[in-house]
Design a protein around this ligand. Structure first.
Ligand code: KG4
Ligand code: ZN
Length: 332
């Protein structure tokens, strides 16, 4: 049995978890800073870093206690190396380095997106690569061909605003609180599909995404017709969500056609959106969405990723540094 302690601090969640053999979650602690950042309308990196420093020890100790695994039974310490906010990343990384040095355990520098994909291994014991993955989070709208554990080919990605970022920006325009994604989803429930906001499908065969045109169209619309009542705002939220998911659905169909993939894994914060789940359900593919608690940032997914890194005979040096723009091919 191999137990990995995972640590995640790339944004505004301080998280720690213990996972057995990359698949079985023994504990999964997430301390969310959302109430703190809500008053600023978004994540303030310096405030996030300070809060991580304040709570990380307690979060890790709680994860270990809940797992009933002793620190000396661990096989490694997995930690998010990037991408993310540099200050927050450094807090988790410094803590993980000290812990791994003190216990004489391998340090496993994990790519945050690899973690999001591994979230599905926690939920689906039968899931094995190869498969097609779409990551839709605050920083990414990326298609990957997952060839094997930790082996990726990028098929298309964000050219400007990522999908979650577009949700957050539209939410701000509609005076909704941070984080915007779930708020837009909630408001959209009482709205109707009345606006044909522009959808960028880009070139015929492209699997890249662009949501900035749609976002700007909504901003221009609001300048001309300020949404004064709840009904107007709900219609805008609803129409934005439908147009954004029209693009996602078309791109997924394109990706399935191009790759011939039988299995599609959706990961990242936007995968928590129920409307997206409902809209994609009919696709002729074995579709996997992680349960909600593994869609948004957590450390169980980081521990799973670290497990497969160790299985592949890899670990990271203690000189490992935080990389805010880390690409999926250069981790550890
Ligand atoms: O994966 P995640 O927790 O953090 C990053 O790695 O970015 O994703 C956060 C993003 C935010 O942009 C948030 O607004 C979006 O995911 N999000 C949603 C929903 N829940 C979270 N977007 C749409 N609908 C949701 N229910
Ligand atoms: Zn994330």
């Amino acid at each position: 049995m191999s137990y990995i302690l995972g640590i995640e601090t790339s944004c505004d969640e301080t998280a720690a978890a213990v996972v057995q053999d990359g698949r079985i979650v023994l504990s999964n602690i997430v301390y969310s800073q959302i109430p703190i950042h809500r008053q600023f309308g978004g994540v303030v990196p310096e405030v996030a870093s300070r809060k991580h420093v304040e709570v990380i020890r307690r979060v890790v100790e709680t994860a270990l206690a809940e797992s009933e695994i002793q620190a000396h039974e661990l096989a490694g310490i997995a930690v998010t190396q990037g991408p993310g906010l540099v200050g927050p990343l450094l807090v988790g990384l410094s803590f993980a380095k000290a812990y791994s040095y003190g216990l004489g355990l391998p340090l496993l520098g994990v790519h945050h997106l690899d973690g999001h994909i591994c979230a599905n291994y926690l939920a689906f014991p039968d899931l094995e690569p190869p498969f097609l993955a779409l990551i839709v989070s605050g920083g990414h709208s990326h298609f990957y061909h997952v060839k094997d554990y930790g082996e990726y080919q990028l098929l298309g990605g964000t050219r400007d605003d990522a999908l979650g970022e577009a949700f957050d920006k539209v939410a701000r325009m509609l005076d909704l609180p941070y984080p915007g994604g779930p708020e837009v989803e909630k408001l959209a429930l009482s709205g109707q599909d009345v606006y044909a906001f522009p959808m960028a499908m880009l070139e015929e065969d492209s699997l890249d995404f662009s949501f900035s045109g749609m976002k700007s169209a909504i901003r221009n619309h609001l300048h001309k017709h300020p949404a004064t009542d709840l009904k107007d705002r709900a219609d805008i939220a609803h129409s934005f969500q439908e147009r954004a998911f029209d693009v996602v659905e078309q791109k997924i169909k394109r990706a399935i056609k191009q790759t011939g993939a039988n299995t599609l894994v959706i990961a990242g914060g936007v995968a928590a959106n129920q409307r997206l789940r409902d809209r994609l359900n009919h696709l002729p593919v074995d579709l996997r969405f992680p349960p909600l608690k593994y869609c948004t940032d957590n450390a169980a997914m980081i521990a799973s990723s670290g497990y497969y890194m160790l299985q592949n005979g890899k670990h990271s040096p203690l000189t490992l540094n935080a990389k805010p723009n880390l690409s999926l091919h250069s981790c550890g």
